[in-house]
Design a protein around this ligand. Structure first.
Ligand SMILES: [Zn+2]
Length: 304
């Protein structure tokens, strides 16, 4: 991979426009009806904030802070009220009660909720039930989803996974190495990839300067090459970059490996809206609210 743009500035290249810095009440117009507007958010942690309209809302997880039913309800109600016809959502490491697979929450809830075990079925229903469906909410847990924004328009494909490298045995945690590789090897090629955490060395820098993203995920990207990869988790490295895939032995087109439609560029968005780090305070020392500039939602317009 080559060529990196600054992570906090708007940028565009043929077929894509990315806005990090814009007026939330007067966002830039969509270029034409041949474009699709994706609005990227993450790590909202049960907080509501202003989100610009668009065709598709993408939420990369950490829907809650404490993973209580009340936290999930705040988020689900907010998502239902947002105008986007399609809202694709994954969980994150904070969303313990969504991690029902293999009885994980049943075995671990006391560490987070003492005796106040949350109703996992009611929580799941907030994102998979009929009210969610009517509001266009699509919850993905290692699942692919295909959709059209316009009749007769492009079919968009998206894959979503809440799993991140281990961090104190929170929800959806894998061990770096073999366990990560086994899971990530099952990710299919899609136009859009949603993960909770970043790949290694891409918008994954914590305050100490260490890169903490997933190496197995970055190793898999040359095969997946989505047009857009949205994540969050590392709040302090909110931003966006584009990487151009250079010719080389890692470039594979079509054929046996299942790569259907590899793109020349991938736009990477760390959409974390929960402010952290030096940018979490304004120049006059005020705390930036959740979803406030420069941690506002990221707009990505893609040409069909
Ligand atoms: Zn978070």
């Amino acid at each position: 991979m080559a060529d990196e743009s600054p992570a906090s500035a708007n940028f565009s290249f043929p077929g894509a426009k990315v806005y990090l810095d814009y007026d939330i009440h007067d966002p830039p117009p969509i270029p034409s009806s041949k474009w699709t507007r994706f609005v990227c958010i993450s790590d909202s942690h049960a907080t509501r904030f202003a989100v610009p309209d668009g065709d598709v809302l993408l939420h990369s997880g950490d829907l809650t802070y404490y993973s209580t039913f009340g936290d999930f309800e705040v988020t689900a109600e907010w998502l239902r009220e947002l105008p986007h016809p399609t809202k694709i959502v994954i969980g994150g490491n904070h969303d313990f009660a969504l991690h029902a697979q293999d009885g994980w929450y049943d075995r671990n809830y006391r560490r987070f909720h003492d005796e106040d075990k949350q109703d996992v079925e009611a929580i799941s229903n907030l994102f998979r039930g009929s009210a969610a469906e009517r509001a266009g909410i699509v919850y993905l847990e290692n699942e692919r989803y295909d959709f059209h924004v316009r009749d007769g328009g492009k079919k968009w494909t998206v894959y979503g996974s809440p799993w991140t490298p281990a961090f104190g045995n929170w929800a959806f945690n894998y061990d770096r190495g073999r366990e990560a590789e086994d899971l990530i090897s099952t990710f299919p090629q899609t136009d859009i990839l949603l993960t909770h955490g970043p790949p290694f060395h891409i918008l994954d820098k914590v305050l100490t300067g260490r890169h903490v993203g997933c190496a197995a995920l970055s190793a898999r990207l040359p095969s997946l090459r989505p047009r857009l990869h949205v994540f969050g988790h590392i709040h302090e490295d909110h931003g966006a970059i584009v990487r151009e895939w250079t010719a080389g032995p890692d470039i594979v087109r079509g054929g046996d490996n299942g790569v259907e439609n590899p793109s020349e560029h991938t736009v990477f968005v760390n959409a974390a809206n929960f402010p952290l780090g030096p940018r979490a305070r304004t120049s006059d020392g005020q705390q930036v609210p959740v979803g406030g500039a420069p941690f506002q939602p990221v707009i990505v317009d893609l040409l069909d």
